[in-house]
Design a protein around this ligand. Structure first.
Ligand code: HEC
Ligand code: HEC
Length: 413
């Protein structure tokens, strides 16, 4: 891939220079000469895998599960606590809250429009919403749940026994079906149908203000955002190191450092890296290739107004700060400045020389395309109840039920 790009950039250089030389009104930013798909409306109907179609009953069940803390270790935290409807369906601290007693190490992303992604997380390391949900609720610094305990809680909740039977036809809830229902909820209820950007791209030229249209032109031209933020989600789902600075939390706060250290250990880096690195190596943890150190998935931008702060550890608080960062041609971190003997910064970012007016137009564009906020009241979650004795319970099953009652008492008191 890299080789191909190099060859292409040699071929493309005179072409790009040629356009500058022509001095036309169109400003062409020089970037990565791959093909950049145009911005596009979200395709309808909402895509879903064939084995998990979106149905009304499933979306309703998934909604309750999304807000139900029974699906975490100590039954105190739900998806909705880190993906709060009032915080852009994310969490507005730079670094997300974690499982009680921990903090996370990355910024919590919005779950809005996830139906259209094929790579999830900043590291892009999970391939579907069905696979993402258990990763979240089992991960040590997120949900920290254990399969049998979480499943037992569902089985001890009469509401779930009834609803799982209705949706999946099983006598008892099966945990795997919970993740599928949550995925259906995310697709069915948290997709922005008909946003101003969709309306504009579908031909309604009044859907965006004049200033936003100017911002769109810059986005696709002089500011060259389109190079990476393209297609229907405004993400090419590729990976880049932009030189986003290291989060200050890892120097200032012990609890953050613990998570950072632990993540490195758990994801497997060799001892020298464990001791020397002070920053998030991103894609490297999945690929273990040196050229991927410090790269992150291009973040989709559709719901952006509601999801500050920005970048993988919330390094920037406002969109203005983000635009300033790009205007300067990105930044530096220890994986781009040669500290460890290599420089991984993407060559695509260059100083943009944007005027104040142009910067403002970009911000207005990003704000307007964010569209209406998806509001939702947090539903009440169903109660665990004491189930009648079942003859023939194994000791393990009986133990689980005992733990269940203990935890539900804790939750009530
Ligand atoms: C303790 C907080 C926490 C909990 C609980 C949590 N998440 Fe997350 N979520 C995060 C953080 C932080 C990220 C980014 C993590 C990363 O990239 O490493 C994330 C990322 C995601 C993403 C990826 C979005 C994208 O653009 O790729 C989805 C989808 C998601 N979470 C859904 C869920 C669901 C569904 C649940 C419940 C089953 C859940 N999360 C529970 C904090 C949490
Ligand atoms: C070289 C590819 C590339 C280009 C060009 C690019 N971006 Fe990004 N963008 C990314 C990546 C990768 C991330 C995530 C980086 C991270 O967190 O380390 C990102 C993150 C963002 C975020 C933060 C999103 C969030 O949810 O936190 C915003 C906003 C953004 N870009 C806007 C822009 C704008 C506006 C432009 C044009 C001025 C632009 N980008 C140009 C790749 C790019």
């Amino acid at each position: 891939m890299k080789v191909v790009r190099k060859t292409l950039s040699i071929l493309a250089a005179p072409f790009v220079c040629g356009l500058f030389a022509l001095g036309g009104t169109q400003v062409w930013a020089e970037g990565d000469p791959d093909v950049d798909p145009a911005l596009a409306p979200l395709p309808m109907p909402i895509p879903a895998p064939p084995d998990n179609p979106i149905t009304e009953a499933k979306v309703e069940l998934g909604k309750i599960l999304f807000f139900d803390p029974k699906l975490t270790g100590d039954a105190s935290l739900s998806c909705g606590d880190c993906h709060d409807p009032k915080q852009g369906w994310g969490f507005n601290d730079p670094i997300s809250r974690g499982y009680p007693g921990t903090v996370h190490w990355r910024n919590s992303q919005t779950v809005v429009n996830g139906a259209y992604l094929s790579k999830f997380f900043w590291q892009g390391n999970v391939g579907s919403l069905e696979k993402q949900a258990p990763t979240a609720n089992k991960g040590a610094v997120a949900g920290n749940g254990e399969n049998d305990v979480m499943e037992s809680r569902l089985r001890q909740t009469p509401y779930y026994v009834e609803k799982f039977k209705e949706v999946w036809g099983t006598e008892k809830p099966i945990l795997h079906h919970a993740w599928m229902a949550i995925a259906a909820f995310e697709r069915g209820a948290l997709t922005q149908v008909d946003s101003p950007l969709d309306r504009y791209l579908n031909g309604d030229k009044s859907a965006l203000s004049e200033k936003a249209v100017k911002g769109k032109e810059l986005f696709e031209g002089k500011a060259n955002c389109i190079e990476c933020h393209n297609g229907p989600t405004l993400s090419d789902e590729k990976y880049y190191n932009l030189g986003v600075p290291r989060p200050v939390e890892w120097e200032e706060s012990g609890i953050n450092t613990i998570t950072y250290r632990w993540e490195n250990y758990a994801k497997g880096v060799h001892e020298k890296m464990y001791r020397d690195w002070k920053d998030d190596a991103g894609l490297y943890y999945s690929s273990k290739r040196k050229q991927d150190i410090g790269k992150f998935r291009t973040q989709p931008l559709r719901y952006i107004k509601y999801t500050p702060p920005y970048m993988h550890a919330g390094q920037f608080f406002t969109l203005e700060e983000v635009i300033d960062f790009y205007n300067e041609g990105g930044g530096e971190n220890e994986f781009t400045d040669g500290t460890h003997g290599f420089k991984n910064k993407t060559p695509i970012l260059k100083p943009l020389n944007l005027t104040d007016e142009e910067k403002e137009a970009l911000v207005v564009f990003l704000e307007e395309i964010s569209g209406e906020e998806i509001k939702m009241a947090v539903p009440e979650v169903p109660k665990i109840e004491v189930m009648p004795d079942v003859p023939g319970l194994t000791q393990a099953q009986a133990k689980r039920i005992g733990l269940e009652m203990y935890l539900s008492n804790l939750a009530e008191n």
